[in-house]
Ligand binder design. Structure first.
Ligand SMILES: Cc1cc2nc3c(=O)[nH]c(=O)nc-3n(C[C@H](O)[C@H](O)[C@H](O)COP(=O)(O)OP(=O)(O)OC[C@H]3O[C@@H](n4cnc5c(N)ncnc54)[C@H](O)[C@@H]3O)c2cc1C
Ligand code: FES
Length: 256
């Protein structure tokens, strides 16, 4: 669907981790057409601080509402974390191009690879995938920074965890587990979202093994609608705008 702009009421805005928040917003018009991997560009305040909208992945969408999952990092997300039920946000969405789901008959296994807040779009994507053919790898700084592992497990996905300090799951990186997993598989669809370094490592593994991999990039953005060229990345097809040509790209088209 074409993106639209609207003022949407906050249904809830709850802290779900050390500095993590989940905000539910009443926005049926955007939610009904939203695809996993697309994002909202949110103007948190009517004031000029912060001046620019902030892009956040669509974490959940149903007939009535949307949700975003975010870390209160800088002025935009900190201001968002202070918003209460009943207040309004100015949204543009759904923006960008989401994940493409290969037809079921294409076969192969799926793996979702999430680093930190990268779980936000992947939990939404998981609703379209069969848990019997899909594994999930989630990486976090520590056990306390782990997000959504319980939700994936509840939905029946085999869920693997890595933490930087070893406080939950394997001590190490998501790509350590991915490398182990692929030693037993020859057809794999990888869907990944997380920090740039992680995505680059996932891309290397997938290109080397000729797997289909879709990566959702989280570059800095300004306009969010393809107008300013503030978010371009280099690809085998020339420079592409993350906000309008992505944020999801095939791993083999990205030049790092
Ligand atoms: C398509 C897309 C989807 C996103 N989805 C989410 C999401 O679901 N949840 C979430 O918490 N965040 C998400 N982000 C990242 C979020 O938009 C940025 O972190 C945003 O800048 C936060 O605004 P702020 O004012 O709070 O912090 P800022 O002051 O803008 O940034 C805070 C700190 O983070 C750094 N930073 C900002 N943006 C990035 C970036 N893209 N990559 C690396 N470092 C950065 C800044 O340099 C600064 O140090 C997404 C970004 C994109 C492009
Ligand atoms: S943020 Fe302006 S073109 Fe992408």
């Amino acid at each position: 669907m074409k993106p639209i702009q609207l003022k949407a009421e906050i249904i809830s805005n709850k802290q779900v981790g050390p500095n993590f928040w989940r905000c539910e917003i009443s926005a049926a018009k955007i939610a009904k057409g939203a695809l996993a991997g697309q994002f909202l560009n949110i103007k948190v305040n009517d004031t000029c601080v912060p001046l620019l909208r902030r892009p956040l992945s669509i974490h959940h969408a149903d007939d009535r509402k949307l949700a975003v999952l975010y870390e209160a990092l800088g002025p935009g997300t900190r201001a968002l974390s202070l918003k209460k039920q009943g207040e309004f946000l100015d949204l543009i969405g759904p923006l960008g191009k989401g994940f493409k789901i290969p037809p079921a008959q294409a076969g192969g296994k799926n793996v979702l690879v999430a680093g930190g807040l990268g779980v936000a779009p992947l939990l939404f994507l998981s609703k379209k995938l069969n848990p019997a053919h899909t594994s999930v790898i989630i990486g976090a700084r520590t056990k306390n920074h782990l997000l959504c592992a319980g939700e994936f497990k509840k939905r029946g996905f085999q869920t693997h965890i890595t933490t930087d300090d070893g406080s939950a799951g394997l001590k190490g990186q998501v790509t350590d587990l991915l490398a182990k997993m692929i030693s037993k598989i020859n057809r794999l669809n990888i869907y990944a979202c997380g920090p740039k370094k992680m995505l680059q490592a996932v891309a290397e593994i997938s290109v080397k093994n000729k797997f289909n991999a879709q990566l959702s990039l989280e570059t800095h953005m300004a306009c969010g609608i393809g107008a300013c060229l503030g978010c371009v990345v280099n690809t085998t097809k020339g420079f592409k705008r993350v906000c309008s040509d992505g944020p999801v790209f095939q791993a083999d088209e990205l030049i790092w």
